[in-house]
Design a protein around this ligand. Sequence first.
Ligand SMILES: C[S@@+](CC[C@H](N)C(=O)[O-])C[C@H]1O[C@@H](n2cnc3c(N)ncnc32)[C@H](O)[C@@H]1O
Length: 270
Amino acid sequence: MTSPSHPVNFPASFDVLAQTYDQVFEDNPITARIRPIFWRSLLAHFKTGDHVLELNCGTGTDAIMLAENGVQVTAIDSSERMIAGAEEKAREKGVSQLIRFQQRSFEHLVTLGRMKFDGAFSNFGGLNCTSNIDPVLETLSGLLKPHASVVVCMINKFSLWEMVSFLLRGNLRSAFRRMRRQPTTVRLGSSTVEVCYYTPKEFIRILSPYFEIEHVYGLSILSPSPNSRSFVLRHSQLTARLLRLDETIRSRSPWHSLGDHFVIEARRKS
Ligand SMILES: C[S@@+](CC[C@H](N)C(=O)[O-])C[C@H]1O[C@@H](n2cnc3c(N)ncnc32)[C@H](O)[C@@H]1O
């Protein structure tokens, strides 16, 4: 289902990734180092007994971690195969009773009806996959209790690491690929998705009507982005040092705006 002004990504685009997602993405040495940083934010905001909504849950890794910490999660994703993989993983981990996985687009949040969640989150750029973000955030805010926490991890429009690494290889076109007209078409295997990139400042402006911003930080600022797998394998000690450096600068200006991804912790306005 697409419309010329607001193309909606076909769930099938991510269906093709679902089977190998955990091998390609979860076992990526950088993803493995940055996901726990996002988890610190989740665990700082959500506690045992809370019921939170996850948008674009993928194969359910974050929902499972929260369930293991006693948090109840309604986890949605538009991809049928991602949801099937997530359900299987939750069963294997013995936490199915705390997670309700649903195949549903976050563009159809309104169909969740009158539910009121204690919080919501979205990891690894799922919310970059729509060119019509405003109604998603407006509907989301209506599904949350006053002052409920929201934690989102977005793909940054300006990734220092990616830009410098493409420029050093003389690849000018790729260095600026995220800055082209939005949405940008990104290839996913044999299909494509429409992606909108934001700087933290741009995304904060979009969130502001509904949410108070509490904290912004960057991921993969001076350390390699998840796409730089071969660099990480060749330079493991340097990577470890850069990861430690990121830890000290990630919340500081201007570094918090220069990561490959950024995380925003916010609260629903009352
Ligand atoms: C990069 S993955 C991130 C998955 C997961 N959050 C993680 O941390 O591994 C992006 C996910 O967003 C989902 N997605 C994309 N557009 C969506 C939409 N409109 N509604 C719900 N999920 C969507 C995809 O199916 C995919 O599982």
